[in-house]
Design a protein around this ligand. Sequence first.
Ligand SMILES: *Cc1c(COP(=O)(O)O)cnc(C)c1O
Length: 455
Amino acid sequence: MRDDAPNSWESRADRFSMYGFTDLPSVHERGTVVLTHGEGPYVVDVHGKRYFDANSGLWNMVAGFDHPGLAEAAKAQYDKFPGYHAFFGRMSDQTVMLSEKLVEVSPFDTGKVFYTNSGSEANDTMVKMLWFLHAAEGKPQKRKILTRVNAYHGVTAVSASMTGKPYNALFGLPLPGFHHLSCPHYWRNGHDGETEAQFTARMAAELEATIIKEGADTIAGFFAEPVMGAGGVIVPSDGYFQAVVPILRKYNIPVISDEVICGFGRTGNTWGCQTYDFMPDAIISSKNLTAGYFPMGAVILGPALSDRMQAAVEAVEEFPHGFTASGHPVGCAVALKAIDVVMNEGLADNVKAIAPKFIDGMKRLAEHPNIGEWRGIGLMGALEAVKDKATKTPFDGSLSVSERIANTCTDHGLICRPLGQAIVLCPPFITTEAHLDEMFDKLGTALDKVFAEVA
Ligand SMILES: *Cc1c(COP(=O)(O)O)cnc(C)c1O
């Protein structure tokens, strides 16, 4: 299937492009899929083959790949004012309007917004804000950051330190002071005979013990994704946020909701913290923020952190932080349009409408003897492959089961993502019931084929 001719797209991709987060054995065998464009929720490769992208690009292309309004908003803004910064007391009108809009649609009564180019930079910026703030308030030692094992917060040196993945050891990360609490995944991490309520209580007790051991006055903040996305769509155990947030409040540790995936509708509400009913001190947004049509991230501070940051910054007259393209006018114009499209053109409503069918489809495939667990909410989910369902024993890693499933899907025109031994599904918000049928049919066929080979 791989075209090894020196001028094939596969060879050309290999020659000068360095791959990130890519399984090289699969690429060596199969070649990179080089894409030219998209049509609704489908992408099309250089050979004209169409794929239903059940991962919305990387969670973000929620309005599909050819939304005319988004492209027009970008073009209109490029024609008018194609680029500017937000330093030195200047910023574009689009930036002003987007900040107003973000605070309006946030769960906060009021707040302040700071822009970045990515989710990683937004998390990095939030950590720097907390360090700056605590130092300004006379607590320069309040610098440690709490996240969870399996959390994904990005790849810059700080956000990678927050990401609780084993591969970061290859970079000598995490940096000192980044602590990873247990992952609140009851199916995988619950002890024998432990109820879900007991499991949640254990997670909360671990948090409190960690705070006491480290000292609350050394901990700058706690970051959590409402649903852990790149950790494999880990839905928190029942009552998790109700158990941990009060503890963090008690010890004056800011709670940051990393809504890069969950924000703007993915879980069925505008924010994941609404779905899980907790109030954070700040929100990190990216990915869906522009429906993937422009690289952009944002830190949205709630009222208390806004006020405290403002006071801290007033004291030194300047917050010495920002990126050249922070608050880029085209990005802001696209984000304004994307928020309108998602919230007012029926996309968020569609997530709610088709989520039951999406969940049903996962439940049906989870009847397979080699699917140990389905999990998910809204329009994000995962199916976990197991060798033995009763004992939850995974397949031997050398079998690359999830990669084989995903590759078989690709052969059949379906893009889905292998993550550990799970298959992740997060289709665009424009997905119809017919698309879901197509997605589950193709995935079911691939599961049957691969499990017959390896089981
Ligand atoms: C993708 C992601 C990030 C990082 O965003 P980038 O734009 O890739 O830097 C951070 N947090 C979460 C929850 C993400 O899913």
